[in-house]
Every structure is written in C-alpha cells, then in structure tokens.
Design a protein around this ligand. Structure first.
Ligand code: B16
Ligand code: MG
Length: 214
C-alpha cells in the first residue's frame, strides 16, 4: 500500500528547465562552449557539478577544479536571478490538485530533489511549509541515480521505502527510485518506470493508480 508519495521538484511540480537552460547557455556562451537544448535535457535530475562536466564535454580547454567551482557558481547566480521571478502560477498543471488530494486522503507527501535551490523555489511558488518532508541537494552526498535523496525523504517521513512511490521526470530519478526499493511513476516520458503518465493533469488516472497499487 502507498503511504507516501515523494515528488521530484524540477520538471514535476514546477518547470525550471528553461531557467536552467538560460543560465547554462549564458555561462557556456561566455566561455565559447557549444550548448543547446538537447544537451540541457541530459542535465535533468543531475547534480550541479555533474551537469557542469556534461556542459564542458564540448569545451576546447581543460578547466581546473577551482575554475570549475567558479563556473558552477556563476551559472548558479544566473539561475537564481531567474528563479526569483517564479510565482505560484509556475506550478505545473495538475500538480497542486494531486498534492491536495493526497493530503485529504491521509497520504504523506514529500519532495526528493537534487537541487540545492529547493528552499528558494518552494518559497517562490508558495509551497514552503506544505510538504511533510523536504529532502534535497542540501542534505545528500550522492546525487540521482543514487537513491540517497529518496531514502532520506522516507526516513524523515518514518515510512518504509516499500510503502513509497516516487514521481519523476528524469531517467536518473526513476533509477534512483528503483534502487531505493520504491514504486516509480514517470511524467514527461522519463524511461524505466513502473507506471507512466504524461503530466499530473490527469488526476483521475493518478487516483486510479493509487487504488490499483493498494
Ligand atoms: P541546483 P530535480 C535537479 O532538480 C535538476 O533537474 C537538474 O537539472 C539540476 O542540475 C539539479 O537539480 C541541481 O540543481 O543547481 O539548483 O542545485 O529535478 O532533482 O528536482
Ligand atoms: Mg526533475
């Protein structure tokens, strides 16, 4: 039986993809490194430093560790300028309804995100203090596909991983959920999940799924 649903943040609750894209693009252009939306798609669910390594695959020079730290910080500053503009209107269609519905039915809800900017994003979209637990890039040492972020969320909720389902938009996140021993639901075409839906907009499908798993 599903006692908790753990949601990825970027791409599931709010679409920050474009903000990440614009921030990486600005930094890459300044460095003369080719970057496009296809490369950006590979960064979903991947930590900031691992994302930087992917971005720098196209670089013509080698960067030292301290130069890489500076690049990641520069990108993050551009990104923070953009996410400061987010509002509750940026919550993805269907997400709020699904969350409220779960709460009404006594099912715990949590965030499981690789992002260190999770607290800022939740505040901007008006969902700080809304979740029963928030596990994010600030309390983990290994990023998705490592299961740590989801296992920590389950631990905070005091619910066994077997009784949790994760919702993800990234292949790396689905793999993390599976490795955590949780049920997995993909949105936006993430591969390898137990269940799939296009977006959280189809609330009837979501409710049927929960009943089916129970
Ligand atoms: P930050 P999620 C992930 O969030 C994003 O999908 C990924 O593109 C980003 O690189 C990562 O967070 C780290 O984000 O630079 O803000 O710490 O999808 O796991 O919610
Ligand atoms: Mg995501």
């Amino acid at each position: 039986m599903i006692k908790a649903v753990i949601f990825d943040l970027d791409g599931v609750i709010v679409s920050t993809d474009d903000c990440h894209y614009c921030a990486w693009k600005k930094m890459a252009d300044e460095e003369g490194v080719y970057f496009d939306r296809k490369i950006n798609n590979r960064l979903r669910g991947v930590s900031r430093m691992a994302s930087l390594d992917i971005v720098l695959e196209r670089a013509e020079k080698e960067y030292s560790e301290s130069e890489k730290q500076a690049l990641a910080e520069r990108k993050n500053n551009y990104y923070k300028d953009l996410i400061c503009e987010l509002t509750p209107n940026d919550i993805l269609p269907g997400a709020l309804k699904v969350l409220e519905n779960l709460k009404e039915n006594g099912i715990k809800i949590a965030i499981g995100s690789s992002s260190k900017n999770t607290p800022i994003i939740l505040k901007q979209i008006g969902l700080d203090n809304f979740f029963d637990a928030v596990s994010d890039g600030n309390n983990i040492t290994h990023s998705k596909p490592n299961p740590e972020v989801f296992l920590k969320a389950a631990e905070m909720l005091k619910i066994a991983p077997l009784d949790c389902m994760i919702v993800e938009d990234a292949d790396a996140g689905i793999e993390a959920g599976k490795r955590a021993g949780m049920k997995t639901l993909s949105v936006q075409g993430a591969k390898g999940a137990d269940y799939e839906m296009h977006s959280l907009e189809d609330i009837d499908f979501f409710n049927r799924l929960l009943k089916q798993i129970a």
